[in-house]
Design a binder for this molecule. Structure first.
Ligand code: M6R
Length: 364
């Protein structure tokens, strides 16, 4: 049932405040601002290293999680694509924790990577949306995402619920390792509790994004740029756009621009820059100015202060609420989902069932 939406994807995008709220209520206790202690297969205090493996959008959730684990728990994390990881004889530390992220829980490469990790003496934890799935069954423990069934081939609400779950896990790891004290925990939990409200605020740009997408639909190539935790969101924005609108898109770390991709920039190439005001803002904005100077058409996703500071020459802007850096990647996922959605609708492609794609990839 699509409710009053034209596509499952739209329904699932707009469900996000609610399902993120469900996910949070499973993992945090708002009464005393603490993280709940669900069963885990490892002692987070002593885990030497974390390996995260997934495919597609779930892999990008893993990339964001790396920033969180490093910042809040000071633990070293490696993230890999399952189809690469499973064949490359990865050297893993005995007693390490391996985390698998999968909406369906049936992705063949992710499952094979899990079996490899088990054989290498890793503890297996999976973040899955389908709790009765092959990956869930093969794990020592699961952290379910409470996104509800996701029908659209393009993953949206599963992604933000994966992020929410992983943010909680990173903070919990920080607590176990003494990097997050009681005061920090309370502050971080209160910040997490604000995600649904801020996601709802980001969704309010829907109509504006729809208008702008009519132009984006004419592009042949689109670049997405971000730094830090917004770099995986740039990758996710590009994947979402190519997957459902068939427009070629690439996500880049903004600092890599001058190492090659800047050669692509001309008046024909829209560049989506994801950069709310944070410690990397000035760096990203200076990359953005280089794009503008070469005639690139920039769509800036930022908060009010960031848009005001960005200077002249923007082609379009999309405002997101100013939020704590912890939850920024979750909020910033919303405009890139809406951009892809409306661009695809504008092109008339089959949004929920894009050509050549399956919802779960059970063959390698
Ligand atoms: O079910 P999974 O999370 O394991 O699926 C992984 C990818 O196939 C999936 O995220 C894919 O990239 C989506 N279609 C992206 O929107």
């Amino acid at each position: 049932d699509k409710g009053n939406h034209r596509h499952f994807m739209a329904k699932e995008i707009f469900e996000q405040p609610e399902v993120i709220g469900h996910t949070l209520s499973e993992y945090v206790n708002p009464l005393d601002d603490t993280i709940r202690n669900t069963d885990l297969p490892v002692d987070l205090a002593s885990v030497p290293r974390i390996t995260i493996v997934a495919c597609g959008t779930a892999y990008y959730a893993g990339l964001v999680a790396k920033y969180w684990f490093e910042r809040y728990a000071r633990v070293s994390v490696e993230v890999d694509i399952a189809s690469e990881f499973r064949y490359r004889d990865a050297a893993l530390t005995e007693g390490g924790l391996a985390i698998f992220i999968s909406q369906s829980g049936e992705t063949a490469d992710t499952l094979a990577a899990l079996q490899y990790c088990r054989a290498q003496g890793q503890k297996i934890l999976s973040v899955v949306n389908v709790t009765e799935s092959s990956i869930a069954r093969a794990s020592d423990a699961i952290l379910p995402t409470f996104a509800g069934p996701e029908i659209g081939v393009a993953s949206t609400k599963a992604f933000t619920c994966q992020l929410t779950t992983l943010a909680v896990l990173a903070i919990r790891t920080g607590i176990a390792r003494g990097a997050v004290d009681k005061t920090d925990e309370a502050r971080l939990v209160r910040t997490l509790m604000e995600i649904p409200r801020h996601v709802a605020e980001a969704l309010a740009s829907d109509e504006h994004i729809q208008t702008l997408s009519a132009d984006l639909a004419k592009a042949r190539d689109v670049l997405y740029l971000g730094r830090g935790h917004n770099y995986p969101i740039a990758l996710e924005g590009a994947l979402k756009l190519k997957e459902i609108s068939y427009i070629h898109a690439e996500g880049y770390a903004a600092g890599e621009l001058k190492h090659g991709p800047i050669a692509l920039i001309d008046e024909e190439v829209p560049v989506v820059v994801i950069s709310p005001v944070d410690e990397l803002f000035d760096k990203t904005i200076s990359n953005m100015q280089e794009v503008i100077a070469r005639g690139g058409r920039v769509v800036l996703i930022s908060d009010k202060a960031g848009i005001a500071r960005a200077g002249d020459g923007l082609w379009a802007e999309i405002e997101v609420p100013p939020v704590d850096p912890l939850i920024a990647p979750i909020v910033n996922a919303i405009p890139v989902q809406l951009l892809a959605y409306h661009t695809a609708v504008s092109k008339g492609t089959d949004v929920d069932q894009p050509r050549n794609l399956a919802k779960s990839v059970t063959v390698e």
